[in-house]
Ligand binder design. Sequence first.
Ligand SMILES: *[C@@H]1O[C@H](CO)[C@@H](O)[C@H](O)[C@H]1NC(C)=O
Ligand SMILES: *[C@@H]1O[C@H](CO)[C@@H](O)[C@H](O)[C@H]1NC(C)=O
Ligand SMILES: *[C@@H]1O[C@H](CO)[C@@H](O)[C@H](O)[C@H]1NC(C)=O
Length: 446
Amino acid sequence: MLFVAMGTFYKKPFVKVAAFRRIVSLVSVTLIGALLLILVLKTNSVSNVVAPPLNEVYDYGNRKYGVDFFTDSFKLPKQNEMSIQLEERNRLPPRNVDLYPNLAKDHIVIVLYVHNRPQYLQVVVKSLSHVVGINETLLIVSHDGYFEEMNKIVDGIKFCQVKQIFAPYSPHVFAGGFPGVSLNDCKDKDNATAKHCLGTPDQYGNHRSPKIVSLKHHWWWMMNTVWDGLEETWGHSGHILFIEEDHFIFPNAYRNLQVLTALKPLKCPNCYAANLAPCDVNSKGEGGDTLVAERMGNVGYSFNRTVWRKIHRKAREFCFFDDYNWDITMWATVFPSFGAPVYTLRGPRTSAVHFGKCGLHQGQGNKGACIDNGVFNIGLEDTDKVTNIKSEWSLRIIKHQQGYKAGFRGWGGWGDERDCLLCLQFAHMYHSTNTAGSRRVELSTS
Ligand SMILES: *[C@@H]1O[C@H](CO)[C@@H](O)[C@H](O)[C@H]1NC(C)=O
Ligand SMILES: *[C@@H]1O[C@H](CO)[C@@H](O)[C@H](O)[C@H]1NC(C)=O
Ligand SMILES: *[C@@H]1O[C@H](CO)[C@@H](O)[C@H](O)[C@H]1NC(C)=O
């Protein structure tokens, strides 16, 4: 038929023109239809899985710092081979899907963020293996730097689905330049003008230390990635629980957290989060038969996507606050900017404890130095093995708690403009139309 018709075109020009017009209109209609279809599909996928466009969630008119988000100067650092490989690894699917093919419908994703303390990680992983219900959920382990010994421990996890992610822009991954150290960088209290070195000092006159800034970078990269950058969590509408490599998790932690997140809208509608542990890291809880609302702590905290969007909107506050501690940054700038006290809901008895005796990034290489005799002994009681929070309990609110508040100017360590911009870039990377952003869209429509 087609062959005949084409022959006709050649013999009868007027038919050709008419047919051509028909074809053109047919093609146009088809094209428009196809475009509409694509648009509809895209709109759907956007609303379901892709993070909102940047201008909806993020006030990026940051003239004060001379940031122009649409020029080359605002770009992620050039990646080295290691960084590219880590980013590729981040796209691997979770392991143990054969053992645990389905996640429970109401699961709470657990994110464990770690650096390089294998003897600690071993303790955490062992504790997680006894957590009741962990086999219903996905565990994401977020690594700051690439360390074989840490990998080996994560490889050994067989008690739930596990996904590893690695911060591809960690200072630990860059040997010869930013975000690592470059030869030309200022050190300590150098005078950049006099020494002709690179860097802007913090409020106390000190230049950046890559090992120290890596903490806040990792936390912020991880937050942006687990909420907005992973296929595995795009559709997740519930809570995500965050724990660290020196947190011991009790067997009842997961079931208790399920109770808390269910009770939160009923008992404490003003609570932003649910915590496994009291805000005071040395407290195991006051006991008694009450729920507790207090300021949000940094051990075993969990919140949902609505709260994440609120935090993400404060990216500038987070990234330009001169304190290298992510938690103090949150307490002193981000939470106060919400306008109302940021409470979390917890039980009267802790379900997680912090066991690190030395600060992050110390203690490795000196086996067991941070844990007594290389073992961690926590006296678990029977009540720590079963759900011990009751829905009929009333709520006790702890107001006027001590701690960092709006007005505190920070401990420093976070003064280098390059760190502030990299941090801002992390907030930006899954929301723009640059490569990282378009990769998301590709993944979501395929
Ligand atoms: C999870 O573990 C419990 C035992 O703690 C077991 O009864 C249950 O069948 C397991 N569920 C899955 C999905 O593996
Ligand atoms: C840094 O060095 C420049 C040039 O030598 C000098 O003018 C300036 O006062 C110095 N700044 C400080 C804070 O010492
Ligand atoms: C998430 O938590 C906040 C604070 O508790 C709550 O206001 C909001 O309704 C929750 N969002 C969803 C989708 O459940």
